[in-house]
Design a protein around this ligand. Structure first.
Ligand SMILES: Cc1ncc(COP(=O)(O)O)c(C=O)c1O
Length: 590
């Protein structure tokens, strides 16, 4: 650690940081990065583009003697070490963002392998620095790239566009071959999506070299973060031992993984693998139809089960459309009339209305499908799920839990474990592939056995289902998640983040809520927590859009308008940076 009795100077090396220095020449004062720590009383009075890092402060954060009143704001542990708020209380003239930067710097200096750990000889720090980031994206002693947006005075959108020119150029090119320049509608946002080229842990790097903390995580699957060593090894080992990418025949990993998933979700059940969550929900509904020999499905307003006509019905009806009542609303042009006629729309968390609708259509219904946790962040009333279970059981209508998202995010074993409600069929996806494509539907043996080819009752097939590398990656992911404390740690990290967001919203008097369950949450600009899709329509989308742009400009990657997904790779530094960026987004230019 830094010896407080000595003055330390760290100068930026032009050899080690060519890209940063090139940046500096373009738009900032090219003076070298300089960090100075002194024991003398002094203040940071200026930090702007003409003073790169004149971070000079009284370095007295470790106090002599017991200081049990000092606790880490993040973990709540007594540390005797001053945190940002305590530092600010003592030095009120130092701007908050500077104090937080210093705190981050201090955290880095405390890490043995950090290039800012001044205990390391300079040569090793330089080496460490150049090794610690992907080629061309080397780490600075203080990450100048990350500081820049915090200093910005411009509007977030202009800021973001100025920093993501390569993404814009890519979007212009991609639009010529891919509608909207994307391979899935969900990946698009205005004015163009940011294109990435590298990822590690909880961090992403875009085509311009900007580094982001990732809260999209490929829309949920990457619960361990990007490129987790255990998962990467499992993929390599699987390829090496098989000598091929796939067999097109049964192989041992299929049954091994099926047995493991069934132990978690349905020990007496059976399952089939698919290639995606959509395929899982599609076949679950088909097999329920085969079982019930009836055409109609019941689904909940606002719930998503994949990009298929019948699942898009009433998936995102507008406020005007909801005024028509709970009528089936086509979610995509080209939806055939028979799909609308055969879809019953239900209101989430409204048991009376749901029960009445199911009863009055029981003769025609093949199944009821739902996200047991709406969009993975709106919790069900426990009584609602139990009531739904009873009414569907009364009529022998298969109840399908779509746990593609919630399966290993809400709890290990999904909402059915958390709420102790057993559905007839369960759909899985996302996390079970460990970052590779994989889905599954599982459940009651008397229903699943219809898919036994010897019986010939129900046909389901998929060339890539049971993809060996996905099985290996999925099992490695579950191995990590099952380690003692791993899942709890993930939940704790998420709570730290959501409570931090709530605190900042309160401090800034911003009327917004942070609904969340497990390791997924969202931010809605409204003054009460939503109980279902209709409630969430009250939220001010324009405000959320400004926040999202502002976060992106501060290198926090969230897909605009979408939930935040947290991973085990989100460490304390990432969480602090996120909370700082969030607070600055609330107070910054909007
Ligand atoms: C609850 C739920 N079901 C199904 C799907 C579809 O999964 P996939 O995109 O893997 O086809 C999704 C995707 O986001 C989902 O969130």
């Amino acid at each position: 650690m830094v010896d407080p009795s000595v003055e330390h100077d760290v100068e930026r090396s032009t050899e080690v940081h060519p890209r940063r220095v090139a940046d500096a020449k373009v738009d900032v004062d090219p003076r070298p990065l300089r960090l100075v720590f002194r024991t003398a009383d002094c203040e940071i009075d200026q930090i702007d583009r003409s003073h790169l890092i004149p971070a000079t402060r009284q370095f007295d954060r470790v106090r002599a003697g017991p200081a049990s009143d000092l606790e880490d704001g993040l973990t709540g542990q007594q540390t005797g070490v001053e945190d940002t708020d305590q530092f600010r209380a003592r030095a009120p003239r130092i701007p908050g963002r500077i104090a937080r930067r210093i705190r981050l710097f201090e955290l880095s200096t405390g890490q043995a392998d950090s290039p800012v750990n001044l205990e390391m000889p300079m040569e090793r720090r330089i080496l460490r620095s150049s090794l610690s980031k992907p080629r061309g994206l080397r780490e600075d002693y203080i990450d100048w790239g990350r500081m820049r947006p915090h200093m910005s005075k411009g509007p977030p959108r202009a800021d973001l566009e100025a920093r993501t020119k390569a993404s814009r150029a890519y979007a212009d090119r991609a639009r010529r071959s891919l509608p909207g320049g994307v391979t899935a509608g969900v990946k698009y946002f205005d004015p163009y999506p940011i294109a990435m080229k590298k990822a590690k842990g909880c961090r992403l790097w875009d085509l311009d070299g900007n580094e982001y903390i990732d809260y999209c995580l490929s829309f949920g699957p990457l619960v361990l973060g990007h490129g987790h060593p255990r998962v990467m090894k499992a993929i390599r080992d699987s390829l090496q031992s098989a000598g091929t990418t796939m067999f097109g025949t049964p192989h041992e990993l299929e049954a091994t993984y099926a047995e493991r998933l069934l132990r978690i979700f349905r020990p007496d059940g059976r399952m089939r693998f698919t290639m995606s969550g959509t395929e899982a929900t599609l076949h679950a509904v088909r097999i329920a139809r085969a079982y019930r020999k009836r055409p109609m499905i019941a689904k909940f307003e606002g719930h998503f089960h994949g990009g298929v006509d019948e699942f898009l019905v009433s998936h995102t009806p507008s406020r005007d459309e909801t005024r028509k009542g709970l009528v089936p609303i086509s979610g995509s042009r080209g939806t055939p009339e028979h799909v609308l006629k055969n879809t019953l729309v239900l209101p989430f968390n409204d048991l009376d209305e749901t029960a009445a609708r199911i009863r009055s259509h029981a003769d025609r219904l093949a199944c009821v499908i739902l996200e047991p946790i709406e969009r993975s962040y709106i919790a069900p009333d426990p009584e609602f799920l139990k009531g739904l279970r009873e009414i569907t059981a009364d009529h022998d209508i298969p109840l399908i839990f779509d746990e593609v998202m919630s399966g290993f995010r809400v709890a290990f074993g999904g909402a059915q474990h958390a709420y102790r409600v057993t559905p007839d069929l369960t759909c899985l996806g996302k996390i079970i592939g460990g970052g590779l494509p994989c889905g599954a539907f599982l459940g009651r043996p008397d229903i699943l056995d219809l898919a036994d080819p010897v019986r010939g009752d129900f046909f389901q097939s998929s060339t890539f289902a049971g993809y060996p590398i996905a099985m290996a990656a999925g099992m490695a992911t579950l191995d990590e998640l099952e380690k003692p404390g791993a899942f709890d740690g993930l939940l704790e990290t998420t709570r730290t983040l959501t409570s931090g967001f709530e605190r900042h919203l309160k401090e800034h008097g911003v009327p917004a809520v942070v609904p969340g369950v497990g390791s997924v949450f969202s931010i809605l600009f409204m003054n009460h927590a939503p109980r279902n899709y209709r409630d969430s329509l009250e939220a001010d989308e324009a405000k959320r859009s400004v926040l999202d742009t502002s976060l992106l400009a501060r290198e926090i990657f969230v897909k605009p308008g979408k939930p935040f997904y947290v991973s085990a790779a989100h460490d304390n530094i990432a969480i602090r940076e996120t909370l700082d960026a969030f607070e600055e987004s609330l107070s910054g230019p909007a």
